[in-house]
Design a protein around this ligand. Structure first.
Ligand code: DNO
Length: 364
């Protein structure tokens, strides 16, 4: 595995490349052209400039999160082929710049959904949190207004104000799209992009739906082992893979994360590793990464990734806001750096224990 950290580019992130560079065990960043809307072309020059900036700081681009997929592609409307052509050109330009991991999602309207961005934990840190009761009590178009006060001046991915201003119209676009239709549209999209992925060796890593169930009646299709396996089988190409996001798939307590990881060897191209603390199955908050602070057994999760020979980029996911930091909720420096150190510690100890038995070599 390669430890990485997400970086939202200098105009949008409070965290600098220099700070990431000094987080000794982080060698690469996960980034994107943050000004781009779904359906926009990413030119090779723009990608090259981003790459040079990252490399000048002594890091490299380990992957893109995300090249977002347009609503026309997700709904299968008449513009989808045009948008797929543009998407293919983006992939081609990324491939030419030697970038080989691309995260994306196929969630309708909202990307991830949280009902609170600054819930206070017993130790005074603040975290993102979700209760189903809060979602049930609100109209989708009120969602953005209810959380925007805690965004710390940031533009959160998937919650761009311009997009959120049109939530009602977005719901209208999806009114005839059920789970089957959404799945068919995903397969259509994947089949169309696989040739360019084969040509440039690009691993597509779909991000699971977060939370892993339907919100506001919208269809959700990447929520558990069965439907992930179905998606991988429908387009059975090694470049069609997943982002194993523990904090998203783990929202559904019936998902056995280590078992899910072990069930799809070779198809996990990117990993987001974080922990959640549950008050009830539908009321959870994002804890520190350590097993003892949340509900998941992080050792077993990292061990499963190790055992399947995972060698892609991994990143600590949302961190708590600690030590007075003001940053994009979930994306401060301090707690993500602690999370990255912890995951590296787990990895090293697993690796040493295995190597004593003559099994595997240190891979990071
Ligand atoms: C939230 C992120 C998601 C993720 C997208 C991938 O913090 O994990 O926004 O980047 O779903 O396209």
């Amino acid at each position: 595995m390669e430890m990485t950290m997400r970086w939202y580019t200098k105009n949008y992130d409070t965290v600098t490349l220099e700070q990431i560079r000094q987080t000794a065990y982080v060698k690469g960043v996960i980034t994107m052209l943050y000004d781009k809307q779904p359906g926009d072309l990413w030119t090779q020059e723009e990608i090259h400039a981003l790459k040079e900036e990252v490399e000048a700081a002594g890091l490299h681009i380990s992957g893109i999160e995300s090249v977002n997929v347009s609503d026309a592609i997700k709904t299968g409307s008449k513009d989808r082929d045009k948008d797929i052509d543009t998407y293919i050109k983006c992939l081609e330009n990324l491939g030419k710049e030697d970038i080989h991991t691309v995260c994306y999602n196929f969630m309708p309207v909202f990307d991830w959904t949280r009902t609170e961005l600054a819930r206070v934990r017993p130790d005074g840190s603040t975290v993102l949190a979700y209760t189903q009761e809060a979602v049930d009590a609100i109209k989708p178009e009120e969602m953005f207004d209810s959380i925007k006060g805690n965004m710390n001046g940031s533009v959160m991915p998937g919650w761009e104000p311009e997009r959120m201003a049109h939530v009602k119209e977005l719901f209208e676009l999806y009114k005839d799209v059920d789970e089957n239709k959404l799945f068919e549209n995903l397969v259509y999209f994947l089949n169309a992009i696989m040739p360019v992925c084969d040509k440039y060796n690009i691993n597509m890593a779909i991000h699971p739906d977060d939370p892993a169930w339907s919100v506001f009646g919208l269809p959700r299709i990447i929520t558990n082992k069965a439907n992930i396996q179905k998606m991988l089988k429908a387009v059975d190409n090694p470049h069609n893979g997943v982002t194993l996001c523990t904090g998203s798939l783990g929202t559904n307590l019936s998902n056995d994360l280590p078992d899910l990881i072990r069930s799809i060897p070779g198809r996990i191209h990117f990993a987001h590793v974080r922990n959640l603390f549950f008050h009830s199955p539908t009321n959870f908050e994002e804890s520190a990464h350590l097993s003892t602070d949340g509900t998941f057994d992080m050792y077993e999760i990292v061990k499963a990734l190790y055992d399947i020979g995972f060698d892609g980029p991994i990143r600590p996911d949302h961190g708590r806001m600690i030590w007075g930091e003001k940053a994009m909720p979930g994306y401060g420096l301090y707690d993500r750096a602690l999370g990255a150190a912890y995951i590296c510690g787990l990895w090293e100890s697993i690796d040493k224990a295995e190597s004593r038995d003559g099994a595997k070599k240190l891979t990071y």
